[in-house]
Design a protein around this ligand. Structure first.
Ligand code: 5GP
Ligand code: ZN
Length: 109
């Protein structure tokens, strides 16, 4: 089982900030700004490359959740970055699809 599946199954300790039946959100262990959350579907999908039609609603829900969490974390106005890294060339290290929500202060590249 991959690391993010373990976190989704509560088999690996982490700082969870939101959870429902389909999505879990937790703080990135190595934050690039004062807010750095990982929005992760509980369903294992390797990357954007493996997305299927059936995942449309899930992906949409992840984006709307990002909007809500940005508001709650008071970074809606100042701005934030939403990123899907895809494959090693795109900077993806964990092969379980996830949306980075990064903002608040300077973003460390
Ligand atoms: P990627 O580079 O795959 O898009 O992003 C993976 C992210 O997962 C990285 O920003 C990294 O800091 C984070 N990460 C890696 N291992 C762990 C972990 O065990 N716990 C948490 N909370 N984040 C992790
Ligand atoms: Zn997984």
């Amino acid at each position: 089982m991959c690391l993010f599946c373990k976190i989704a199954n509560h088999e690996q300790d982490t700082d969870i900030v939101y959870e429902d039946e389909a999505i879990i959100v937790f703080k990135d262990i190595n934050p690039k700004a004062s807010v750095h959350l990982l929005i992760v579907p509980k369903k294992h999908i390797d990357s954007i490359n493996e997305l299927e039609e059936v995942d449309k609603e899930l992906m949409s829900d992840m984006i709307f959740l990002a909007k809500k969490l940005a508001l709650e974390n008071k970074i809606s106005k100042s701005g934030y970055r939403l990123t899907f890294n895809v494959g090693r060339g795109g900077g993806q290290i964990i092969d379980h699809i996830h949306l980075h929500l990064i903002g608040g202060g300077k973003i460390n590249e």
